[in-house]
Design a protein around this ligand. Structure first.
Ligand code: UDP
Length: 327
C-alpha cells in the first residue's frame, strides 16, 4: 500500500487525517515531535518521532518509508501565543516547513499538501474572502503560514514541487467514533474551553471582546468539521496523483457564527448552562473570518457533511466525555 508522510500526525487535525487516509487505503506515517501532539493519537499507521528542525531525521524517515506524498500539519497554531512570541512562530513554522520542503525535493517527492489558514487574510471587514483575496495577516501565526505558501510557490517554479494549499477556517468537532479528538495542553480554542466550563473543569468561558462591530459584539468565525476538512485533503491528494497543477483552496462553509451563537448552540446541544465571563479582546483576533469561496466544492468535489454547529459541538462533546490522551 502506498505511504503518505503525515507531519504532525499526532496532533488534532493530523490524527484525523491519518484515520481518513487509512480508510482510503493508504498507510499514514506519522512524523511528530510530540511537542503539542500525543503518541496515543497515533493509531492508524507507523510512528516516527522526529522534529522538523532536524533535517537529517526527516531525510532518514523519507528514505525508510518512501512516501508518495507529504501532508504537512505540523505547526504552532495559537494566535495569542504568536503575538507574545513571534520569533518562536517564524522559527518553528517557517524553518521547520522549509526543511520538510527541501527534504521532499531531495527525495524526489512532488506531491505536497500544506495546512494554511484564513489568518493569512487578516482583518478585511465586509470583504468576501476567496482564494484571490489579498493576504494581509495581522498576527505572526498568519504571517508564518503565508511565508510557507511563498516558499512552496518558489519551489514549484524552481523544482516543480506540485502542491495543494488549504486555507482552513475554524476547525472544530471530533471523530464521531471518538477514537481521536481535540486535546491541547494548554487549551486555547473556543469549543473545548466551553465544554470544560460546561462540565466544571474550569470556572467559566471568557468571551474575548464584546465590543466588535458585529451584530452581537463578538467575533464571527466560519467553523468546519475536522472530518470534512481531512476529506478535502484526500481529495487534494487525488488531485495531485491525477497530475493536476498546484492550487489553493479555502476550507470553510461560508456561514459565520458569533462567539455568542456558539455559546448558545453549546447550551442547546449539551442541555447544560454555559458559565461565561465577558472579557477584553485578545490581541491578534480578527473581527470576522468567513470564507466566500466554494472553489473546493466546485473544483475538488468536496462536500462537507458534518460542518454544522450541532454536529461539530455534539461530536466534540462526545469526545470530551469519553476520549482523552495521556503522555
Ligand atoms: N474565543 C473566546 N474565548 C476563548 C477562546 C476563543 O471568546 O476562551 C474566541 C476568539 O476570540 C475567536 C473565536 O473564539 O473569536 C475562536 O477562537 P479560537 O481560539 O478557537 O480560534 P482562532 O479563531 O483564534 O483560530
Amino acid at each position: 500500500m502506498d505511504r503518505v508522510l503525515v507531519a504532525g500526525g499526532a496532533g488534532y487535525i493530523g490524527s484525523h487525517a491519518c484515520k481518513t487516509l487509512a480508510k482510503a487505503g493508504y498507510v499514514p506515517v506519522t512524523f511528530d515531535n510530540l511537542s503539542t501532539g500525543w503518541e496515543d493519537a497515533v493509531k492508524f499507521g507507523p510512528f516516527e518521532k522526529g522534529d522538523l528542525l532536524d533535517r537529517a531525521r526527516i531525510d532518514a524517515v523519507l528514505a525508510k518509508h518512501k512516501p508518495i506524498a507529504i501532508m504537512h500539519f505540523a505547526a504552532l497554531s495559537q494566535v495569542g501565543e504568536s503575538m507574545e512570541n513571534p520569533g518562536l512562530y517564524w522559527h518553528t513554522n517557517v524553518q521547520g516547513s522549509l526543511n520538510l520542503i527541501e527534504a521532499a525535493v531531495a527525495a524526489d517527492i512532488d506531491r505536497f499538501i500544506f495546512s494554511s489558514t484564513c489568518a493569512t487574510y487578516g482583518d478585511q471587514d465586509n470583504v468576501v474572502l476567496n482564494e484571490q483575496s489579498v493576504q494581509r495577516p495581522i498576527n505572526a501565526y498568519g504571517a508564518s503560514k503565508r511565508a510557507v505558501e511563498d516558499i512552496l510557490r518558489d519551489f514549484e517554479r524552481r523544482y516543480g514541487l506540485r502542491h495543494v494549499i488549504f486555507r482552513y477556517f475554524n476547525v472544530a468537532g471530533a471523530d464521531p467514533d471518538a477514537e481521536v479528538g481535540e486535546f491541547h495542553q494548554p487549551e486555547t480554542h473556543l469549543i473545548p474551553l466551553m465544554l470544560d466550563a460546561i462540565d466544571g473543569k474550569r470556572d467559566a468561558l471568557t468571551i474575548y471582546g464584546t465590543d466588535y462591530p458585529t451584530p452581537d459584539g463578538t467575533c464571527i468565525r466560519d467553523y468546519v468539521h475536522v472530518c470534512d476538512l481531512v476529506d478535502a485533503h484526500v481529495l487534494g491528494l487525488k488531485w495531485l496523483l491525477d497530475g493536476r497543477d498546484s492550487d489553493v483552496f479555502n476550507l470553510g462553509t461560508g456561514d459565520g457564527f458569533s462567539v455568542r451563537a456558539v455559546v448558545e448552540q453549546s447550551r442547546a446541544v449539551t442541555n447544560r448552562a454555559v458559565p461565561i465571563v465577558e472579557g477584553a479582546r485578545r490581541a491578534g483576533d480578527c473581527t470576522q473570518l468567513v470564507s466566500g469561496s466554494s472553489k473546493a466544492q466546485s473544483e475538488l468535489g468536496w462536500t462537507p457533511k458534518r460542518s454544522n454547529l450541532k454536529a461539530m459541538i455534539g461530536d466534540a462533546w462526545r469526545w470530551h466525555q469519553t476520549g482523552h490522551y495521556s503522555k
